[in-house]
Design a protein around this ligand. Structure first.
Ligand SMILES: [Zn+2]
Length: 324
């Protein structure tokens, strides 16, 4: 096997993390980052709650923050965790929603320890072919690969769909065998963004029946849930109280995520909740201290609140706290 750059950076792939999480009945948090404050909050929260963590970069983040800068921020974050926070938590650097072989290859070559190739919007055979191509390259460097079957509703960067198409349990075994993927993102009712369900109607539960079928076909195989923010009411209220207009924002209940985490679901992606908290706190500071103009005075409190939220997720939703 070729020398993997990520190992020199102190990163790990997802293999062992996922095995422990499936066996232990909890899920690893996958948090997206675009900027320094988010990354500090994620690392601080996971070091303090002693949780393994996947930090992930989307195409949108690469465009916003610059791919080279993000990559070195991740390297710096590992150093900060080891040297300053004195923590040995396993850290994985993951590409979220890679859409081409070239993008996945460039991330692997620059030190990512895990990549997602999302071919879910392609016809099945094309998805198999693309995923397999990425797996063959990634495994030469012991980088793990996440594939996806089924389409989530909602918008995440370029990936958007009006309606979700649930994963077909009859396809999963064939897909995993043909591609060699290490984990599989599935669609069972979660969706991207802060407006996951229509208001008024009963919030539809996740399709645990489909999850069970998938687990039967692939016993012990690592399953991933995207779009798993809960959109806590208190933060929506905070945004709206201080001039925001987030009407009818609804997420997946934490109870359901907790239940999912106990199954073969071993990676849960949470992004919108962090965005919500940061926005709420910044709005509050702006409303209460309109003369303030030092970004540290509003980004700082936002970072602190985000850290609190992530500790709560690790401890009370994913069950990953104390599992590093
Ligand atoms: Zn996603």
């Amino acid at each position: 096997m070729a020398d993997a750059l990520y190992k020199k950076l102190g990163l790990v792939n997802t293999r062992e993390m996922f095995k422990k999480a499936v066996d232990g009945g909890y899920a690893i948090p996958a948090y997206n980052f675009n900027n320094m404050e988010q990354l500090q909050a994620i690392m601080g929260a996971c070091a303090e709650s002693n949780s393994p963590v996947i930090i992930q970069v989307s195409s949108g983040a690469r465009k916003y923050a610059n791919q080279t800068l993000l990559r070195y921020m991740a390297e710096g974050a590992v150093q900060m965790v080891r040297k300053d926070l004195k923590s040995n938590i396993p850290i994985c650097l993951h590409l979220d929603h890679g859409d081409t072989f070239e993008l996945c290859k460039s991330c692997i070559d620059s030190g990512f320890s895990s990549v997602m190739i999302d071919g879910s919007h392609h016809p099945y055979e094309k998805n198999v072919e693309l995923t397999k191509q990425v797996v063959e390259y990634a495994h030469k460097y012991d980088v793990t690969v996440e594939g996806e079957l089924g389409v989530l509703a909602g918008i995440e960067d370029k990936v958007s769909a009006a309606e979700s198409t649930y994963t077909k349990p009859e396809e999963v075994q064939d897909f995993v065998e043909k591609t060699g993927v290490d984990s599989l993102a599935i669609s069972i009712g979660t969706s991207h963004g802060a407006y996951k369900f229509k208001p008024g109607a009963n919030v539809p539960p996740l399709r645990f029946d489909i999850l069970k079928e998938i687990e039967k076909k692939l016993p012990g195989f690592p399953i991933v849930l995207h779009g798993s923010s809960s959109i806590p009411k208190e933060y929506v209220e905070m945004v709206n109280k201080y001039g925001g207009k987030m009407k009818d924002a609804i997420g997946v209940s934490e109870d359901q995520l907790r239940e999912a985490a106990k199954s073969a679901v071993c990676k849960i992606n949470i992004d919108s909740d962090g965005r919500l908290v940061v926005t709420g706190v910044i709005r509050k500071v702006f409303a209460e201290k309109p003369a303030e103009f030092d970004p540290r005075k509003y980004l700082g409190p936002a970072r602190e609140e985000l850290k609190k939220l992530l500790i709560h997720k690790n401890q009370n939703v994913l069950g990953s706290a104390g599992k590093a």
